[in-house]
Design a protein around this ligand. Sequence first.
Ligand SMILES: Cc1cc2nc3c(=O)[nH]c(=O)nc-3n(C[C@H](O)[C@H](O)[C@H](O)COP(=O)(O)O)c2cc1C
Length: 347
Amino acid sequence: MPDDGMARARSAARARLDALWRRGTDFLGTEVAIMGGAMSWVSERHLVSAISNAGGFGVIACGAMTPALLEAEIAATQALTTKPFGVNLITMHPQLDELIRVTLAAGVGHVVLAGGIPPGPAVRAVKERAKLVCFAPALVLARRLVRSGADAIVIEGSEAGGHIGPVSLTVLAQEILPHLKEVPVFVAGGLGRGEAILSYLEMGAAGAQLGTRFAASTESIAHPNFKQAFVRAAARDAVPSVQLDARFPVIPVRGLVNAGTKQFLEHQAETIRRFQAGETTREEAQLSIEHFWAGALRRAVIDGDIEMGSVMAGQSVGMVGEVQPVAAIIAELVDQALAALMSRQAA
Ligand SMILES: Cc1cc2nc3c(=O)[nH]c(=O)nc-3n(C[C@H](O)[C@H](O)[C@H](O)COP(=O)(O)O)c2cc1C
């Protein structure tokens, strides 16, 4: 194609992409409807501002931060970007109300409430000053969240990194996208390329949320060992945590197989043996299993201990080819979506 023909085809494809994700960009106030999913320890001022400055939507992961720490993180992020970004709060945080208060007082326009159905007072408090985003693991719950005030929904498939549900994005998208039209729906889990994002937009999604690819970006503060583990890993290395005994539930978390995941199996087996031998109570055994991973994400992300730490990663880790600046990742995703649209126009 001559150069001007190519430029015309690209601008037509860009107009189509912009139309497809307009509901998402309008909702977020961004150039592209790509959210950087909140990642504990990783999604702090540098990564969040880099994503927002590159035209996407960064989200601070509050995790276990105190209200004072969150307030400082928001202020530091605002010093690095004038673009919109959000804050992800976990509903079981004991100071949820205070966290919401400092977030709204700082003028943050979008609050993501994660970790279960948000309590009514939290929903009402957020909606006084900001837009509320919630995670829905099934259509009935998505409808319930919308009725109780969610302004947008994220559907996150089990391909994702971190805490996961049991259903893949392929299935969740078919279950939810054709039926939930009241609010914008963002898709997450296993996304690493623009063609896939495009296909979900065509199914009715308003945008996409990615975590793993951004965790391995240049601006991410994750330890170089953590990023290199992502570069080396294949999709099949990112596996869910394994539960040995139904009496002792294990929270499903997807991460890279390492010495820690192997030791976790031995720890469960030994704990179950001690319980069966009457050497420990059921409660103590459950706590011991839960405590195995305490502080393990920080160990991997910050200290770089990728053998005994928790290297949370999605199956999309197989699409991390190198450590790249956030702007290059977003440009690549957009280019892939545009190339897919252009090849259809040419056909
Ligand atoms: C290292 C890591 C930590 C994460 N921590 C959180 C978290 O604290 N809160 C949350 O809601 N989601 C968390 N997630 C999920 C991401 O926000 C995002 O939805 C997910 O990574 C999307 O799937 P992908 O990894 O395949 O891109 C985490 C993911 C990763 C990889």
